[in-house]
Design a protein around this ligand. Sequence first.
Ligand code: SF4
Ligand code: FES
Length: 273
Amino acid sequence: MVATAHSAPSTTPISITLRVWRQAGPTQPGRFVEYPAKDLNPNMSFLEMLDVVNDELERKGEDAIAFAHDCREGICGTCSLVINGKPHGPHKGVASCQTYMRSFANGDVIVVEPFRAKPFPVIKDLVTDRSAFDAIQQAGGFVTVRAGSACDANAIPVPKDDADLAMDAAQCIGCGACVAACKNASAMLFVSAKVSHLGLLPQGQAERDSRVLNMVAKMDELGFGNCTNQYECSAACPKLISHDFIARMNRDYIGASFRQAFKPKSNSTAGGA
Ligand code: SF4
Ligand code: FES
């Protein structure tokens, strides 16, 4: 039986075989290499297990397995691992760093790979370059108005349903699992979460059209594929972002495209010619 992400701690040590992707650099060929990991505390996280394996490799003078990590508590989106074929591993709504070894059985062979997507090239071993997401975010994932400080947040009333939906979208941690899970390497779940988060709030209205047009254009330019409604993205998402946001983004995009096409040209010479 596969344990759930939150199943009760166990005290029985387990031993597994790690079959891990090793690739020395972006242009080098990669291959799977097996490492035994014995007598593991089942309550250690998956990343702690990699730490243990790396300690052993370093003791033997071998190159440690490179993997990306930062917060180790499911909020930064850095831990980009495909575990047994699934981005972020076996549990729904759980990041790799919050997956515990008690999720696996004694004697299991666990296959670990980097996210596989053309816009996320491998840097080394399990580390991929996901700066394409930064570029999409920089294309429009912000507001340029002064939003004030925390105490100003309540000055503009926001309907509860909109606020809730905006916060659902804001859960996206930019991990890229949606891209890795998609056969088209589509980034539409990520982009739609960012577009919807700001597009649902009053502060995001002024740039709503330019935001969706520019972010989608950047996504296409960087080689991410289109959505063909397989919903693998939302199934893999550690924050359970709904694919309904993709439909919302498409509606925004169509509206923004029409408004841009029929926008009256300004005769303003503001600035003082
Ligand atoms: S939508 Fe989900 S899977 Fe995609 S980047 Fe955001 S948190 Fe990660
Ligand atoms: S290390 Fe931050 S989400 Fe996993």
